[in-house]
Design a protein around this ligand. Structure first.
Ligand code: KIV
Ligand code: ZN
Length: 512
């Protein structure tokens, strides 16, 4: 039997970015898009251009800079949305307009306050309008899984006649069960006369934890595009996780006789990048990319693994790109060893970046005996977000203890165009981190609220680096920050400064 291809449509930058607090800056979005291209995704949904100037700009720049995948933008079924979408995706060699409209009675009556007939007409009109700009048009029937099936089939047929080349069937609220959703796809294939003229796509949310199972059931019933996100991030409980769908296909080829373009050994790196940039930490027991996904704790399991790995491992960590060796470098390692390790970890960096990283590596090796792969990944990603560093740390003195009032004295350098200012303040707080954050607020004059704070060890050992991930609120927006150091107060301050620099980029007219 000839194997069909399943197309992977990644919506990390659109639906994924709708996760609370997950918003990324423009340079961060470009990094993610480039890594998605390196991983082999077929379509990148880069954003929702009409939703903000920032989204418009980031879709446009990704369309200009990221080569390989189709670049899609989302648009409601209105001429204004579709025109904005086209004006941003048109810079890609392979643009797509993705327009959507709800088809369930609940959404039609309550949300849109329209009739089925009006929605039918709007959907056809939107696709015809999009088609004037672009050959590649996708139509999504929002809340398809709770729509009347005959009505859904009639809309699908009409939008294909109007020129839609992909028809997406979303389980918008993650309501369907796998058998039910698979049957829905089979029904659409059976009842829509012109279905062979379009690709059936699915977009499954994870409210009942079934996003991946529903997507796989859809593939078994003929869907040939799946919409998903890295680490499963997205609205509410998220979207189907791309890494889980891909690895299910790879591990169980008899059940899924399909091909795809995904380079599975890029999965781990992509997962780390998205988690670092969004500040959404991956749960340790998460399938495929969680820290424990390939860890064997029980003695019986370890014994089995030593005898034959297949006793307890259905796929190898290398298949998903988990770095093989743990202990790598130390104080005496030279340039050559460091650059080689970076190359083995899959980084292709310019020589200036390599030299900068080597200096940082040497500083770290002075503080820390063993440098693990995760330490190296953190060094690379710390410098990779491309955020303009308006504030940098020059001096920190924080005191705390029992019977001591936690106090911080901090000096920052503020760079503004060609000018550099030295600013210093001191404050007390409820603890050392609070004192430091109050001081930074005084220096910058920004009223920033800390919403979330987490600390984890980057790698093993007593001298492990502490990585701090924070979420802060400034005016009505959320920003994330990340900092790593062998000193957890320094990591906390670095994370705060990272978030503040993002805020400054936004305030001074930079795009998110
Ligand atoms: O969940 C959903 O229905 C969507 C559509 C816009 C595709 O995100
Ligand atoms: Zn969605």
């Amino acid at each position: 039997m000839k194997k069909d291809k399943v197309f992977f449509f990644d919506t990390t930058l659109r639906d994924g970015e709708q996760s609370p607090g997950a918003s990324m800056t423009l340079p961060e979005k470009i990094l993610v898009a480039q890594q998605l291209a390196a991983m082999g995704v077929d379509i990148i949904e880069a954003g929702f251009p009409i939703s903000s100037d920032g989204d418009f700009e980031s879709v446009k720049i990704i369309a200009q800079q990221v080569k390989g995948p189709i670049i899609a933008g989302l648009a409601r079924a209105s001429e204004k949305d579709i025109t904005a979408c086209w004006n941003s995706v048109k810079y890609s060699k392979r643009p797509r307009i993705h327009t959507f409209l709800a088809t369930s009675d609940l959404h039609i009556e309550k949300k849109l306050q329209k009739t089925r007939e009006q929605v039918f007409e709007m959907a056809v009109k939107a696709v015809k309008f999009a088609k004037k700009y672009c050959d590649d048009v996708e139509f999504s029937a929002e809340d398809a899984s709770r729509s009347d099936v005959n009505y859904l089939c009639s809309i699908v047929e009409a939008v294909i006649d109007a020129g839609a080349t992909t028809v997406n069937i979303p389980d918008t609220v993650g309501y369907n069960l796998p058998e039910e959703f698979g049957n829905l796809i089979a029904t659409i294939r059976k009842n829509v006369k012109n279905i062979n003229k379009a690709i059936i796509s699915v977009h499954c949310h994870n409210d009942l934890g079934l996003g991946v199972a529903n997507s796989l059931a859809a593939i078994s019933n003929g869907a040939r595009q799946v919409e998903c996100t890295i680490n499963g991030i997205g609205e509410r409980a998220g979207n189907a996780a791309i890494e889980e769908i891909v690895m299910a296909i790879k591990t169980r080829p008899l059940y899924y006789p399909v091909t795809h373009n995904i380079k599975t050994n890029e999965i781990y790196k992509t997962s780390k990048l998205v988690s670092n940039l969004t500040g959404i930490v991956v749960q340790p027991n998460k399938a495929i990319v969680g820290a424990n996904a390939f860890a064997h704790e029980s003695g019986i399991h370890q014994d089995g693994m030593l005898k034959d790995k297949s006793t307890y491992e259905i796929m190898s960590p290398q298949d998903v790109g988990v770095p093989e060796s743990l202990l790598v470098l130390g104080k005496h390692s030279g340039r050559h060893a460091f650059f080689k390790r970076l190359k083995d970890l899959g980084y292709k960096l310019e020589s200036k970046v390599l030299e900068d990283l080597f200096l940082k590596f040497k500083l770290l090796a002075d503080k820390k005996k063993c440098i693990f792969d995760d330490d190296i990944v953190s060094l690379v990603e710390e410098g990779a977000s491309g955020i303009k560093e308006t504030y940098t740390i020059d001096y920190v003195n924080v005191t705390s203890g029992v019977g001591v009032i936690p106090t911080a004295t901090i000096r920052l350098i503020k760079k503004n165009k060609s000018k550099s200012e030295v600013l210093q303040e001191a404050s007390c707080g409820t603890g050392p981190v609070d004192a430091a954050y109050q001081t930074i607020n005084k220096i910058t004059g920004l009223k920033v609220d800390l919403i979330d704070y987490s600390l984890r060890a980057v790698s093993g050992g007593e001298d492990a680096q502490g990585e701090v991930n924070i979420k802060v609120k400034y005016e009505e927006s959320f920003y994330t920050g990340k900092g790593t150091s062998t000193d957890i107060i320094e990591s906390s301050i670095k994370a705060y400064i990272h978030a503040i620099n993002k805020i400054v980029v936004m305030q001074t007219g930079g795009k998110k």
